[in-house]
Design a protein. Sequence first.
Length: 262
Amino acid sequence: MITELNHFGIVVSDLEASMTFYQKAFNATTVFEGFIPSTGTDVRYLQIAGGMIELLHRREQDPDEVKGITHIAFLTDDLDADHARLVDAGVHEFTAPKTAGSGVGRLSFVRDPNNARVELIERDVTMREGIVEDEFVVGFDHYSLRAPDLDGARNFYQNLFGMKNLTTMHIAATELTIDYLHWDYDVLELLHRPVPETEIYAHLALRVNDLDGIVAKLAGHGIEPLPGTPKPAGNGHGSLAKITDPDGVKIELLERADLRDL
């Protein structure tokens, strides 16, 4: 059974620069270090508040390798059964179940209806416990995917993966529909506009208690908000700023109530 939304996987060009960025900006804590010998890839799992991201860095880099978010990952307690169930339901298979390259656990990959790569992981180790405390970051708000095929994504993540609907928002001014789905703490945001956007992995989002305070802190580390931010959130709930990590991954900083309380 699929039990947890676990992380976004991010391919980075400079592992130390990326780790320094997340540690200084958000007090990210390293919860796992590994290496994949077959591809010469360093693996780091970082916990931010209660959520996780995975950094992947190939020591001998292909100049054409895509950097940034490359997959979303879920935990399962029965990889073979869940993978077979998804394939039998017509889900496209990228990688059949196998031992993870790092040697820790087993994994497979499938594709969602909007072409996002989705990893299934079966592990016998725990990589996160509790909440990492930070002066400004109070929660890992959500992982965000664009969903040109919103009905297909809803079926995939709710009916096949067992995620629960949290809330749906409509922003008329930008013709945007937002679905929030969750596995307990972990929340997935699906973004849909009538005119599809090509980039599937939209951003990750953190909830903060003082937007002006964290923006000032980040500026002290040379991290400036993207043009037009900070600004009120489009759905009328709170305010937000946007930044990017060293490889252009978009990060939203949201000063608002927990999604469960909106």
